[in-house]
Design a protein around this ligand. Structure first.
Ligand SMILES: [Zn+2]
Length: 90
């Protein structure tokens, strides 16, 4: 499957698009693992606590996934890691 990209209209960050179904599946898997971790592991690997689909709904700058636009050639991510963002149609 080809990875689809979208660009934040606020900070120009490039993210890859995931469907709401996919986000929900990832959250379920992550939280199953999270529940098995000791408190020390949780603090180290999940500083923000357990996973939620809401995390897929906004950019790291706080902009909503609804305000992302289609990725255009030339959009750059400044070497930042690509993060997932919900599909704005979901
Ligand atoms: Zn942003």
């Amino acid at each position: 499957m080809q990875t689809k990209l979208a660009t934040c209209t606020n900070c120009n960050r490039v993210c890859f698009i995931v469907s709401r179904k996919r986000a929900q599946e990832e959250v379920t898997v992550n939280n199953k693992f999270y529940l098995k971790c000791t408190d020390a592991m949780k603090a180290k690997m999940f500083p923000g606590g357990s996973s939620t689909v809401a995390r897929y709904e906004s950019c790291s700058c706080g902009n909503s996934y609804k305000k992302f636009r289609d990725f255009k050639k030339g959009d750059a991510n400044n070497g930042d890691m690509l993060l997932p963002i919900l599909d704005k149609k979901d």
